[in-house]
Design a protein around this ligand. Sequence first.
Ligand code: ATP
Ligand code: MG
Length: 205
Amino acid sequence: MSRRRRIGVMGGTFDPIHHGHLVAASEVQAQFGLEQVIFVPTGQPWQKSHELVSPAEDRYLMTVVATASNPRFSVSRVDIDRGGPTYTIDTLGDLRAEFPDAELYFITGADALEQILSWHRIEELFDLAHFIGVTRPGYSLNGAHLPQGTVSLVEIPALAISSTGCRSRVNAGLPVWYLVPDGIVQYITKRGLYRPEPAAPAAEW
Ligand code: ATP
Ligand code: MG
């Protein structure tokens, strides 16, 4: 009897993508026999977007660079092309339309899971996808009130890496080698991401 194809969905800001994201996706792919994991970088918030997160195209390209070598990983532009802030319900709705015959598995870390579960129309999300909560150092899943049987919890090899930490390190002139894939170190340098703002040029008069 043929099984429905299983597709993982890993949403994130990916500013930048790091090895914590990649290990989480890889571990869930293997444990659940997922055909592929689609990484979905979030859209750009409308207000003060330049202060909050890097441009969507930079985050998208970093995600492509970081996942390119894994045949089971791919990247979707649905949230970026929709524009504006991303809501998981829209991400899953778009991917469901794109893969009507697949079972979707939404992968999320302990911190993000708690936020998603606080959404008041949570049943609509559970209709669209299975939810998989992965362990993340510094966050506990115990306190989350998980409706019975709705979310699978998966222990992944612990990596205490965050994008916030990577941005701070670059900003402070510290290395991010081995926290992010090599290509991402090079992309960050090439595009001058996360560096302190250059001082405004002195007035010429
Ligand atoms: P930021 O510090 O900017 O919030 P982040 O490291 O949390 O960045 P996100 O893009 O916000 O990365 O996270 C995308 C998804 O990956 C979320 O579900 C998050 O919980 C999960 N995640 C991020 N880092 C890890 C990690 N080290 N281990 C497990 N899951 C992680
Ligand atoms: Mg985060």
